[in-house]
Ligand binder design. Structure first.
Ligand SMILES: Nc1ncnc2c1ncn2[C@@H]1O[C@H](COP(=O)(O)OP(=O)(O)OP(=O)(O)O)[C@@H](O)[C@H]1O
Ligand SMILES: [Mg+2]
Length: 357
């Protein structure tokens, strides 16, 4: 299992798709769980709609390539159906307005459902490689915290308290609670509160199932068969978030197994920026001066990026580092994925292509 994580827009979805494609190329039965892929990539993967089950992508490879576009809500619905003691209780939850809102809007739900999908595909077996994309998470490790947070939410003491009047033995607490409810209702509207109370009532008895499930999901994330791959770009903000990310993963006892630095500026010349700058000075009277200046600027950019990347790479040592250059166009079809795959799998680990001077 591979989890592709990293900050927003760095290339997680693209990398996840490349990895699954490579798996199929190496003869494996591979599946990729994508999250909000760009429309054109989704089309290329045959993913017109959100889905709960993988569809197969036909192609010229010895293995199998399957993909799905995570449907947070129906994954959550399936969990409810699984853990509800009766069909009636499941129905009560699925129809509840509060549930319908939180099942897609509660922060961390998308992260949790991505991990849930990973677990489910792992449990069902049949796949030899499961690659999971993660949502653009501002709060670095939402997807690791998410199972815990969701169960915590379901255990929410305030709501448990609000439910108390329904339990005969706690009738005594009823007056205070009803007063509190009235106050809250004034603030958010009584419908909202009624829906919420009904939701937590309907959820009664299911928290344990959810909690155990969340623990198993967490367990799978720290299983040696699960690898976390950190994707970043060499931009300062992305690198900063990646450092934070790597530290958080380490805290959680999860090693970064590989570092992919995407969209690096290529080095066009073996000469250093200073050298090129002095060549520009030598050619001051000719048109070449501007071109050398330009080359010196690009080279400086590549040098700075390389220095930053080396530092991050040292932090996640011994994870291998792969550099992927800025490609001339977006990666939106199988051809583009293959192109990117060359850097991920065929490279020799050296800095992005060095042209000849
Ligand atoms: N090396 C590259 N060169 C050029 N374009 C790239 C490269 N890698 C990714 N892209 C493009 O950058 C865009 C963002 O990539 P992608 O969707 O994979 O990022 P993401 O990390 O999944 O983003 P989000 O956090 O929003 O989910 C896409 O349009 C993709 O085609
Ligand atoms: Mg993405």
């Amino acid at each position: 299992m591979i989890v592709c994580c990293g900050s927003g827009g760095v290339g997680k979805t693209t990398t996840a798709a490349v990895l699954a494609l490579e798996g199929a190329r190496q003869g494996r039965r591979a599946v990729v769980v994508t999250i909000d892929p760009a429309k054109r990539l989704a089309d290329a993967l045959g993913l017109e709609t959100l889905s709960d089950t993988p569809t197969r992508i036909e192609g010229d490879w010895p293995g199998e390539l399957w993909a799905l576009m995570l449907d947070t809500k129906s994954t959550f619905d399936a969990l409810v159906l699984k853990y509800a003691p009766s069909a009636g209780q499941a129905d009560g939850i699925l129809r509840n307005r509060f549930y319908r809102n939180i099942s897609s809007a509660l922060s961390g739900t998308q992260e949790y459902m991505a991990m849930e999908k990973l677990y489910e595909l792992h449990e069902e077996g049949g796949f030899e490689l499961v690659v999971v994309d993660t949502p653009p998470t501002r709060n670095a490790l939402d997807f690791i915290d998410a199972p815990r947070r969701l169960t915590h939410f379901l255990d929410n003491r305030l709501f448990r308290w609000m439910m108390m009047p329904t339990r005969a033995y706690l009738k005594a607490a009823g007056v205070a609670t009803r007063t509190l409810l009235r106050v809250i209702s004034r603030g958010v509207g009584s419908d909202v509160v009624q829906d919420a109370v009904a939701f937590f009532q309907a959820f009664e008895g299911m928290e344990d199932g959810f909690r155990q499930r969340a623990e198993r999901v967490l367990h799978l994330l720290s299983d040696p068969a699960t690898a976390f791959l950190l994707v970043t770009t060499p931009r300062a903000d992305a690198l900063e978030e990646s450092r934070f990310f790597a530290a958080k993963l380490e805290e959680a006892g999860i090693p970064v197994e590989a570092l992919v630095v995407n969209r690096m500026h290529p080095r066009f010349a073996p000469a250093g920026a200073d050298q090129l700058r002095s060549r520009a000075a030598d050619q001051a009277d000719t048109d070449l001066a501007g071109l050398y200046e330009n080359l010196a600027d690009f080279t400086l950019l590549a040098e700075v990026e390389e220095a930053h990347v080396t530092e991050l790479s040292a932090r996640v040592h011994p994870a291998p580092l792969v550099r992927v250059p800025f490609l001339p166009s977006d990666v939106h079809d199988l051809e583009g994925l293959s192109e990117l795959g060359k850097y991920l799998f065929d490279g020799d680990g050296e800095p992005a292509p060095v042209g000849t001077a």
